[in-house]
Design a protein around this ligand. Structure first.
Ligand code: HEM
Length: 215
């Protein structure tokens, strides 16, 4: 039951938010770079879906999307045994059974933490900028500052499948509709463009110029 539900809403959010950012006119150059990656594979007669892991721009774009708007922005876990938690030099005794709700959204926006632990120059975290993952994916992944799939023994078991499913949708969609456009809602506010699990945000896409369907 958990596996079925866990993998549905998260994928929906990931696809919705990634497509929103790809089609946002502000990110037109990123969209073009992703289309170029698709074109490159097709020109070599490569297998588009087998080569998904070798598309660095698409990967960086998706990771930045999951940083900017983690589909599961709050984790809701429970301590199974007593343990000591150190925070800023203070030690807290956490009792078994205590609920621990982690704000992943907050973690992904914690500028001070990222500067200290990732330790490389990058755009402020309030900005959507896939460059940070294009250049520093390893440093970010090893920093503990980025965890859209959680961490530890209860981390998401569907991480690989989730990334792959989202990429498959994006590449299939863009391959069939390279000229599609986003209709930005009037008075675009956070409510209309924030795609976590509980969001009701939506948008329209116009696909009125369909080129050939690729093999
Ligand atoms: C982009 C897609 C996905 C995201 C962002 C995501 C994120 C997460 C997060 C944040 C958790 C909680 C981790 C924790 O509490 O530490 C989780 C748990 C889980 N996810 Fe995913 N997930 C995704 C896709 C999937 C898929 C495709 C499946 C199944 C095929 C799946 C199955 C699960 C299950 C079963 C758990 C519960 C693990 C446990 O409690 O031990 N997820 N996921």
């Amino acid at each position: 039951m958990t596996a079925t539900i866990a993998g549905l809403d998260t994928i929906k959010s990931a696809v919705m938010e990634a497509l929103f950012h790809i089609l946002n006119p502000q990110n037109a150059s990123w969209k073009q770079r992703i289309l170029d990656e698709i074109k490159d594979v097709k020109e070599r007669n490569g297998d588009l879906f087998a080569e998904l892991p070798q598309m660095p721009v698409l990967s960086a774009f998706l990771l930045e999307t999951l940083r900017y708007e983690p589909p599961g922005s709050l984790f809701n876990n429970r301590a199974v045994k007593d343990f000591d938690l150190s925070v800023h030099g203070k030690k807290y005794r956490i009792k078994a059974g205590t609920r621990i709700v982690t704000s992943i959204h907050g973690l992904h926006q914690n500028e001070e933490n990222w500067r200290k632990r990732v330790g490389v120059e990058m755009a402020p975290l309030t900005e959507f900028d896939p460059n940070r993952f294009l250049k520093n994916a390893d440093a970010i992944n090893n920093s503990g500052c980025f965890m859209p799939f959680g961490k530890g023994p209860r981390r998401c078991p569907g991480q690989g499948a989730g990334l792959m499913m989202t990429k498959v949708f994006l590449v299939a969609f863009l391959n069939h509709n390279p000229n599609c456009r986003l209709v930005l809602p009037e008075n675009l506010g956070k409510d209309a463009a924030w795609f976590n699990l509980y969001s009701r945000a939506g948008y329209e896409i116009v696909c009125d110029d369909k080129p050939e369907v690729a093999s």
